[in-house]
Design a protein. Structure first.
Length: 251
C-alpha cells in the first residue's frame, strides 16, 4: 500500500494552465496590432478592450486570497479543483483527477492534510491484490493523512495551494483583446473580452461594477481547454486542522 496516493496533479494542472492561457499569460504571443481597439461606452467608458483587461489582471494579481474553480483537459484526463487559497499558503478545497477520484485538501502553514475518497484509494492500488486494496481502504478511508507540504508524497497536491501559481502567468500587457458585449458570472455583470490565436479562442469576463477583478477565463479550441472562475477576493481563508482522532499516522 502506498504511503500516500501519488498524483501528477501539480504537473498536469500547472503545465496545462501555462499552455492554455493564450489571452494574457506565459509571455508574448508574438502578436502585434497597428493600433489598439477604440474605446467604447458602457462599463469602463473610454477604455479599450486591452485597457480593461490589463486593469483587471493588475487588480486580480494584488488579491491576498481568492476562491478558484478550474476545469481543464489534459493528456491524462480532466482535472477539476475548487479551492480557497491565500498568499500565506493556507487553503482548503478539493482536487479531482479524472477517473482517479477526489482528494480533499487542507493546508495551514507548512503542513498539509489530505483525505482520499474510495475511488482515489482504489485507483492507487490498482494492479495490487484485493488484500492490499482492503488494507488501504481500512487504513485511510474517511481519515486524514498529515504531511509536510514539501514532502515528496504531498508536494504535488500542496502546490495547488500556492496562489502565485495561478496568477503569475497572467501578464498585464495584452494588446489584442476586443470587447464582445456583456454577460454574468455567478450573477455578477461582466464585460466580455475575446481574443483568438492559432485556433484557440480565449474569453475573459471582467466585473462590470465595483473592483475590476477578473471573474472568469476560458480557452477553447486548443488541445488543453481550460475554464477558470475567481471569486471571494481578499476574504480570509477558513482552514481547520482535522481532529487528531481523524488523522492517520502512517509512520
Amino acid at each position: 500500500m502506498p504511503a500516500v496516493p501519488r498524483t501528477r496533479a501539480k504537473h498536469l494542472a500547472l503545465a496545462s494552465l501555462c499552455a492554455a492561457l493564450a489571452l494574457t499569460a506565459c509571455g508574448s504571443l508574438d502578436q502585434t496590432a497597428d493600433s489598439p481597439p477604440s474605446a467604447e461606452s458602457g462599463p469602463y467608458p473610454g477604455l479599450s478592450g486591452p485597457e480593461i483587461l490589463n486593469r483587471a489582471v493588475t487588480t486580480t494579481k494584488k488579491a491576498t486570497s481568492l476562491r478558484l474553480k478550474v476545469t481543464m483537459a489534459t493528456a491524462d484526463g480532466p482535472v477539476r479543483a475548487d479551492l480557497a487559497v491565500d498568499t500565506r499558503g493556507n487553503c482548503a478545497g478539493t482536487v479531482q483527477m479524472g477517473t482517479e477520484g477526489t482528494t480533499e485538501l487542507v493546508r495551514t502553514g507548512d503542513t498539509v492534510y489530505l483525505r482520499f475518497d474510495e475511488k482515489m484509494l482504489r485507483s492507487q492500488t490498482e494492479g495490487g491484490s484485493e488484500e492490499e486494496t482492503r488494507a488501504a481502504l481500512d487504513t485511510l478511508l474517511g481519515k486524514w493523512v498529515r504531511e509536510k507540504a514539501d514532502a515528496q508524497d504531498a508536494e504535488d497536491l500542496a502546490q495547488f495551494c500556492d496562489l502565485d501559481n495561478y496568477l503569475e502567468g497572467f501578464d498585464a500587457d495584452d494588446t489584442e483583446a476586443k470587447r464582445a458585449g456583456g454577460s454574468t458570472v455567478d450573477g455578477t455583470p461582466t464585460v466580455v473580452l475575446k481574443e483568438s490565436y492559432r485556433g484557440e479562442k480565449a474569453t475573459a469576463h471582467v466585473a462590470a461594477k465595483g473592483t475590476p477583478h477578473l471573474l472568469r477565463f476560458q480557452v477553447t479550441g486548443g488541445t488543453e481547454p481550460i475554464d477558470m472562475t475567481f471569486s471571494e477576493f481578499d476574504r480570509p481563508v477558513s482552514v481547520k486542522k482535522p481532529a487528531e482522532k481523524d488523522i492517520v499516522d502512517l509512520d
